[in-house]
Design a protein around this ligand. Structure first.
Ligand code: NDP
Length: 481
């Protein structure tokens, strides 16, 4: 039996919990439990399923403070952001509950008389969910609630870096009255996720994580035969700053977008594409504000930036910054591993501003997933758009300008799944679709009204009440000659 510990990234001597790595037998049993429970659940009327999901939202709301604290000590988010993580799950429960009484399909006229067409949705069966650690309550909720509403059974494999948060989320579901066996958690490292992805009785896989792991999951899932597969992967998000932008707003947004969650959001602002005419002033003011940020214990209300997830991550971020310096980029502020007082052994990285990079630089092409922002200079709006789009990822982008025409032009031309105007690249709301283009995903969107797509099969139904055989495309149509 293999046991692993989940550690507080701010003080790794503090063990948040010990977890047993699930074996193949455990996973098989979880699939069987979910299969049994799903049969009854799929027969429950959809509005009644929705009421159960609303009840989960109420339980989460009543536990918001304790869950937020757990997110802080296990994933390292400062308390306000940890509260946002939990609130996202509460919001998602309420939104998805409402979807239970919304349209479930579409109706269509038919080309033949006395015939009617409509679509409806059906559960896929058992859904496997593989989730990262950076939104340890919100991301399981994005996946679990629509999957439950659609009538599925669930197996979640959370990151081994945030297993306690996932267990607490599932406990809230169970305490709200979700039937036994419908939601299951398996724990462990990549191998557990790979076995789940390849499991022949798991009909759909919903994965959020890095591009590299997403590829492995896709290969494992498809090896046993086609499955529904949704991939939400990395980002290299950029904010354009035009000469007429409100620089105070830009700086506030850049600090939140670049350094919130210590830069470990898939939507983090890691590139600022600034017009040359304001780039020097912007960089100087941004550097000054960055240097004033407090790094430290995320439980302390004075802290702006908590730890990165672990020591390997801090070392990886340092190596990326060093490579930028070797390429001749300037490190204006930050650039080092930090050792704040009272956080012995914690993994912290100074918020960092890099200049002198262009669109081809290593630091502007690769996801850092840490508190590192590169400022790139451009000479025109067109060059700004080309620079943002010249990237493998396509998750989130922003433009700061007071010119409504430029803003409209930008939102049409930016090749990302999410665009913000006069706001940072982070801050999605759960009732709009979430996801990205290019290497960021494979075309699905989570949340919003499209969140159900990856967890349900659409069925097209034709009802012919003419009492005779009618032939579509043949009766009363053009003759062959
Ligand atoms: P990883 O890709 O390292 O891991 C994601 C999940 O996959 C974890 O549960 C991990 O388990 C599991 N896993 C690892 N290897 C395998 C494998 N071979 N087969 C199946 N599962 C496996 O990502 P992180 O957890 O480090 O999260 C950060 C990444 O997530 C960033 O790239 C970020 O951009 C992306 N992300 C994307 C979002 C989006 O919506 N687009 C939202 C949030 C994050 P274990 O950790 O136990 O190895």
């Amino acid at each position: 039996m293999t046991i692993f510990d989940s550690l507080n990234p701010a003080r790794p001597a503090e063990i948040i919990g010990s977890f047993r790595t699930s074996t193949h037998i455990d996973i098989d049993e979880a699939v069987e439990r979910a299969t049994d429970a799903q049969k009854a659940w799929s027969a429950v009327p959809i509005p009644a399923r929705a009421e159960m999901i609303a009840a989960i939202g109420d339980v989460l709301a009543s536990r918001k403070a304790e869950l937020a604290r757990l997110v802080t000590v296990e994933a390292g988010k400062i308390l306000t952001e940890a509260g946002g993580d939990v609130q996202e799950a509460i919001d998602m429960a309420r939104f998805i509950a409402g979807q239970g009484r919304a349209a479930w399909g579409t109706t269509h006229p038919c080309e033949l008389p006395s015939k009617f067409g409509f679509t409806t949705r059906h559960p896929v069966g058992i859904v496997g969910m593989i989730t990262p650690w950076n939104f340890p309550v919100a991301i399981p909720s994005w996946k679990a609630f629509p999957a439950l509403l659609a009538g599925n059974g669930i197996i979640i494999k959370p990151s081994e870096m945030a297993p306690a948060c996932c267990d607490a989320f599932v406990s809230a579901c169970v305490d709200a009255g979700i039937p036994d066996g419908l939601i299951n958690v398996v724990h462990g490292f990549g191998e557990v996720g790979a076995y789940l992805a390849a499991h022949p009785k798991v009909r759909a896989i919903s994965f959020t994580g890095s591009v590299a792991t997403g590829r492995k999951v896709a290969i494992a899932a498809m090896e046993v035969g086609p499955k529904l597969l949704s991939l939400e992967l990395g980002g290299k998000n950029a904010a354009i700053v035009m000469p007429d932008a409100d620089l105070d707003l830009v700086i506030e947004g850049a600090l939140f977008g670049g350094f919130g969650t210590a830069g470990q959001r898939c939507t983090s602002t890691s590139r600022i594409v600034a017009h040359r005419s304001i780039a020097t002033e912007l960089t100087a003011r941004l550097a000054e504000c960055t240097a004033a940020l407090n790094i430290g214990d995320p439980l302390d209300a004075r802290t702006n930036i908590g730890p990165v997830i672990n020591a390997e991550s801090a070392a990886r971020i340092l190596a990326m910054v060093e490579r930028a310096a070797e390429e001749g980029n300037g490190i204006v502020v930050g650039g080092k591993i930090a050792h704040p007082e009272g956080c012995e052994g914690g993994s912290f990285f100074e918020p960092t501003i890099i200049t002198g990079a262009d669109r081809n630089s290593y630091i502007t092409r690769n996801e850092v997933f840490g508190p590192v922002v590169a400022v790139l200079e451009v000479s025109s709006f067109d060059e700004a758009i080309d620079t943002v789009n010249d990237c493998d990822y396509g998750l989130s982008s922003a433009i700061y300008t007071k010119d409504v025409n430029l803003a409209m032009e930008a939102l049409h031309r930016l090749d990302t799944g999410i665009v913000y105007v006069n706001a940072p690249t982070i801050g999605a709301e759960i009732h709009l679709p979430f996801g990205g283009n290019k290497h960021t995903g494979n075309g699905y969107r989570e949340a919003g009204s499209r969140g159900l797509e990856q967890f349900s099969e659409t069925k097209s139904v034709y009802i012919d009440y003419s009492g005779r055989l009618q032939k579509a495309q043949i009766d009363n149509r053009e003759a062959l000659s």
